[in-house]
Design a protein around this ligand. Structure first.
Ligand SMILES: [Zn+2]
Ligand SMILES: [Zn+2]
Length: 291
């Protein structure tokens, strides 16, 4: 983050909040449950396209009186987008859909858009990585001046999904024409399911040291704080509430106290009801770990 945030916003902690009723309502919801950072979808995450975002809606968000009480707002890209295959109808749709999301983020003053790197659908990891890099180059070339940065998310590695090894993300970053336009999102549940043992003694410290060695902590723009219902190395992506899954609380305690992660927004994507009570409880737990 370039601009300096007031110290009372730290830790930058929050959750993925719904935008039902308009994108600006996400700010009210986030502030209402005590978030100092939030994540949103900038359009329906299960659809390719949406109506243009009216300028009035964007303004209601960027000029919201409570906006200064939140640090970064993170966007998460739609789930249909797949940049790891080419020559299909969905390839064109993926490019157009993500391009639209980049523009929506710009309208909303959002700087990080979390993206799953994609699935190579059997073509192989090397081909998939090259394909993702080519498509990111196309999007970057289409939008040379946008401030939005795509944050590649670590994945559980389900099926032919890319991004379950730090090396794969590092390879995408090195393969693009302008690596300065990419960031990384670290999801604890995904990393664990991919085989990074955050549950071991000093597990988080070791995993983040490895991450730093292969990708670099400075590349991180957001952390997803999720426990995992599925086992270590299972490659199955199932989030659980903190302390109820297989990671255990020690890793989250370490993350909340790690000086190298202190500047980063930490976002919950754990199961919750309509009133977001589970998020309130989880944030209280995480704040209690500090110190
Ligand atoms: Zn994700
Ligand atoms: Zn995530």
């Amino acid at each position: 983050m370039s601009k300096k945030l007031p110290s009372d916003l730290f830790p930058l902690l929050g959750s993925h909040v719904p935008t039902i009723g308009g994108v600006a309502t996400a700010i009210d919801r986030g502030i209402g449950i005590g978030c100092t950072a939030i994540q949103i979808f900038v359009k329906n995450n299960m659809q390719w396209f949406a109506k243009p975002l009216p300028e009035a809606d964007a303004k209601a968000f960027t000029k919201h009186p409570l906006r200064p009480r939140l640090g970064p707002v993170i966007a998460h890209a739609g789930y249909l987008i797949n940049l790891a295959v080419e020559g299909t109808e969905n390839h064109e749709k993926s490019l157009r859909s993500l391009s639209d999301e980049m523009l929506r983020c710009e309208q909303l003053g959002i700087r990080s858009l979390v993206l799953h790197p994609g699935s190579h659908l059997g073509a192989g990891i090397r081909q998939g990585i090259a394909c993702v890099a080519r498509n990111l180059d196309l999007l970057h070339a289409e939008h040379p001046t946008l401030k939005i940065r795509i944050a590649l998310e670590i994945t559980a590695g389900q099926g032919a999904t890319l991004g379950a090894r730090f090396e794969e993300l590092a390879d995408i970053i090195t393969a693009v024409a302008d690596p300065s336009r990419l960031e990384v999102c670290f999801d604890t549940a995904h990393a664990f399911a991919a085989g990074y043992d955050l549950s071991a003694a000093d597990g988080a410290e070791k995993v983040f040291a490895e991450f730093d060695h292969i990708i670099g902590i400075s590349r991180l723009s957001v952390l997803h704080i999720n426990d995992s219902k599925s086992a270590l190395g299972s490659r199955v992506d199932r989030h659980d509430n903190l302390g109820q899954g297989k990671i255990g609380l020690d890793a989250f305690r370490w993350i909340m106290n790690a000086p190298e992660l202190a500047h980063l927004p930490k976002i919950l994507e754990t199961p919750k009801g309509k009133d977001l009570a589970e998020d309130v409880k989880a944030m209280k737990l995480l704040r209690g770990f500090i110190g």
